[in-house]
Design a protein around this ligand. Structure first.
Ligand code: CU
Length: 463
């Protein structure tokens, strides 16, 4: 434990971390910390059975050591500082330096021993969500074990009997501890490496926080009105993209530990749910989707063949969940004439800008003074301009010619010529009018001719 802080600070590459330390097999395993919120490359196991590691978006996997036939991990529950986006840091509780905690990976049939040290100011436990294990390892404070007091270390030990995708989180002062960001992913790889293999396997958790602009600490008593909707405790534009090579088989595993459901929508593809936290879905029980609702306290994994290159948006379809910190009590000003009142306000506050009379897109492009430690509600720039997004939004980037294991952001997609929506600059079609000269909108249904002109493209609504 002496070298906990120095472990990575000393320049030890994480990939080398499984080669592991000289710590006595009799003592506590080291508990490495991650200082960065960047996506770490997957760690291939150097000991124990082989598996294809997952990639945790803006996260990492916890190194382990083998102690005889037992795979040992060490989680430290502790206060952490999590950079949610450049310019926005949250004071959370998490594990080993980050929230969410590191992903734990093992293989079906492994015996795992997980040391949990508590450096929080109050007691905690860890519940292994979805896993089949002895009742006394289930981590429910008071029900299946005494809680872990501050300063103490408890040991959880069980056989990983079932492969799949699971989560871990406290089951002690659970409302506060989860509102503070205590959670992580737990992946048990199939013993048979040929069982549903994929080329790229991404994992992330959805979590939400209520952090007042200018402050750092989540309001843990909030039940519904959150302002930070996060993918692995990151918000757009600083959620890492998911990067895949053309033709790769891709799996995306999404867990939801917020207080509401999230319909996760990915553009450009249809796909199928192949796994839930209950287990693998049999092929004959799957159906195609383009949005997958992730219920509260649940995990869904979907798969597809990445055959369509491009920059494909991947986001929660609740439009308020792709916004950053926003007030929910702002009136709608669309269509209002603010010019008179703007003149009066400018007399006392020269910087005042009347907003919202034409919608809110203006907000994404103007830089207004913000309090410290927050980022704009709508932000992010792409090759064609402002994205006007935030929160639970990222991009699936599919590219030709990527090396296996290359997860670097490949930059903007180069669209083949003639494949981007373009502006019509020629003559506009004549405005649609009814024979009596009135506007056509209401009369359209009564003019069958309007529906009998197959030569008109989909973009034309007129006669
Ligand atoms: Cu959502």
């Amino acid at each position: 434990m002496v070298s906990r802080r120095n472990f990575l600070g000393a320049g030890v590459a994480l990939a080398g971390a499984t080669a592991w330390s000289r710590t006595s097999a009799m003592g506590l395993p080291e508990a490495p910390v991650m200082e960065s919120a960047a996506t770490q490359p997957p760690v291939h196991p150097s000991e124990g059975p082989h598996y294809n590691p997952v990639v945790t978006l803006n996260g990492w996997s916890l190194p382990f050591r083998m102690n005889g036939n037992v795979k040992e991990f060490h989680l430290v529950a502790e206060p952490v500082e999590r950079e949610m986006a450049e310019g926005m840091t949250a004071y959370l509780w998490g594990y080993n330096g980050q929230s969410p905690g590191p992903t734990i990976e093992c293989v079906e049939g492994d015996r795992v021993r997980i040391f949990v040290s508590n450096k929080l100011p109050e007691h905690t436990t860890i519940h292994w969500h979805g896993m089949i294990l002895p009742c006394g390892m289930d981590g429910v404070g008071g029900l299946t074990q005494p809680t872990i007091p501050p300063g103490k270390t408890f040991v959880y030990e069980f056989d990983a009997v079932k492969s799949g995708t699971f989560m871990y989180h406290p089951h002690a002062d659970e409302m506060v501890q989860m509102a503070m960001g205590m959670m992580g992913f737990f992946v048990i790889h199939p013993k048979d490496p040929d069982f549903m293999p994929v080329d790229r396997d991404f994992v992330f958790l959805l979590s939400s926080y209520d952090i007042e602009p200018g402050s750092y600490l989540p309001k843990v008593m909030e039940m519904t009105d959150f302002n930070m909707w996060t993918i692995n405790s990151r918000i757009f534009p600083d959620v890492a993209p998911l990067v895949a090579g053309t033709g790769d088989r891709v799996r995306v595993r999404v867990g939801n530990l917020t207080m509401t459901n999230h319909p996760i929508h990915m553009h450009g593809y249809d796909f199928e749910v192949t796994c839930t936290d209950g287990g693998w879905v049999r092929p004959e029980a799957r159906w195609p989707e383009v949005s997958i609702d992730i219920p509260v306290g649940a995990m869904r994994a979907y798969e597809f063949d990445a055959v369509h290159p491009g920059d494909w948006a991947l986001h929660c379809h609740k439009s308020h969940h792709t916004m950053n910190a926003m007030g929910h009590d702002v009136p709608t000003f669309i269509g209002a004439d603010k010019s008179a009142v703007a003149r009066k306000i400018k007399a006392v506050q020269p910087d005042y800008m009347p907003m919202g009379t034409k919608g809110m897109a203006d907000m994404a492009e103007m830089s207004m003074p913000l309090p410290d430690n927050t980022i704009p509600m709508m932000t992010g720039w792409g090759q064609f301009g402002s994205l006007e997004m935030g929160g639970m939004f990222t991009v699936m980037k599919v590219r030709d010619g990527l090396e296996a294991g290359d997860y670097e952001d490949p930059g903007d997609y180069e669209h083949p010529p003639g494949t981007v929506a373009w502006e019509w600059t020629g003559e506009l079609p004549e405005a649609a009018t009814a024979p009596d000269g009135s506007a056509s909108g209401s009369s359209l249904p009564n003019t069958p001719a309007a529906h009998q002109m197959p030569d008109h493209g989909a973009g034309h609504s007129g006669h």
